[in-house]
Design a protein around this ligand. Structure first.
Ligand code: MG
Length: 314
């Protein structure tokens, strides 16, 4: 759907409000007003951002942007020219896909990656469900929000790289960056297929490496970057789709950890602390080193530390 975003001052927004008074509709949270003409939806936010969506968005926006000498915020094209893969400002408020991962810094457990498609209309609903950066949420809250997201039939895809395969790829020379690249790519492909023929206005990846490195990893496996892909660090605090991805990835990671803990008969701690080393040592003592390869990322320094622990009382 075509869209234009303008940054306008309060005075103009007040004028707009009067102008569209007969076309008002329910204003979403965080907005000053929302209105609809036959070919354009207009939402003005407290931040001064005004979003025009629909066939008539150019025409409608030009009434306010040009006339008042305000320059439009970066559009997708100009933003891409400036920073090759930086997302355009309007992406966060339009229908887009976001992806994020969990488990990369944890010795025990898999890597999980989730990609989520959120339409512009669903953004207020997701905010209401409490979707935000998962780093600020407890695991309990994360799994409750994840369940709510799934119950709302928000389109998503989740990929899990379990430890045996992780260790096999690592031994073959794959870096964790390459594994993450392929996981994000597959998750994005899957969710794009799910929503087809609908197309998002863009795809935002929570950036874990330089875009060029990501693209080279794809190339090495004969894949190419999808259209309209953007990269941004800390994207989960700007994009609700990435935030939803971070929640689903984390919920899945926690779930996998619970299953592995049950299987091993011992609670597997998250992270890569000394407690992790000691737990790994117990597992080696009880089940042998091979068992560790099924539940842990063996190339982490924790493996050697755990082996040292098995030599002494602890
Ligand atoms: Mg991330």
């Amino acid at each position: 759907m075509p869209q234009v975003v303008l940054k306008l001052n309060n005075e103009i927004i007040e004028k707009m409000k009067a102008f569209y008074q007969d076309r008002m509709k329910t204003a979403p949270p965080g907005s000053v007003f929302a209105a609809k003409t036959p070919d354009c939806s207009i939402t003005a936010y407290k931040s001064g951002k005004v979003l025009f969506q629909g066939k008539g968005s150019d025409k409608e926006a030009s009434k306010w942007g040009d006339k008042n000498g305000k320059s439009p915020l970066k559009t997708k094209q100009t933003a891409r020219k400036k920073h090759a893969y930086a997302p355009p400002e309007g992406l966060f408020t339009s229908s887009h896909i976001g992806s994020d991962e969990a488990g990369t810094g944890d010795f025990f457990g898999p890597i999980t990656v989730a990609a989520v498609y959120v339409t512009a209309e669903q953004i207020p609903l997701l905010k209401e469900l409490g979707v935000k950066d998962s780093k600020n949420l407890t695991d309990e809250k994360i799994s409750a929000i994840a369940k709510a997201l799934i119950a709302q039939s928000i389109p998503y895809s989740l990929v899990v790289l379990r430890n045996e395969k992780y260790n096999r790829l690592q031994a073959k020379g794959w870096s964790q960056g390459k594994m993450k690249t392929m996981l994000h790519h597959h998750a994005l492909e899957k969710v794009s297929k799910k929503i087809a023929p609908e197309r998002p206005s863009g795809i935002l990846i929570d950036q874990f490496s330089e875009p060029g490195v990501y693209i080279n990893h794809l190339k090495s496996e004969r894949f190419v970057l999808q259209d309209n892909v953007y990269f941004m660090t800390k994207a989960e605090s700007h994009s609700i789709a990435v935030a939803a991805g971070s929640i689903l990835a984390r919920a899945s990671f926690v779930n996998e950890m619970n299953k592995l803990s049950k299987k091993m008969g011992i609670e597997l701690p998250k992270g890569a602390s000394q407690k992790v080393d000691q737990t790994a040592a117990r597992i080696i003592q009880r089940h042998g080193k091979q068992a560790l390869g099924e539940i842990a990322k063996l190339h982490f320094a924790n493996t050697k530390k755990a082996e040292a622990y098995t030599q002494k009382d602890f």
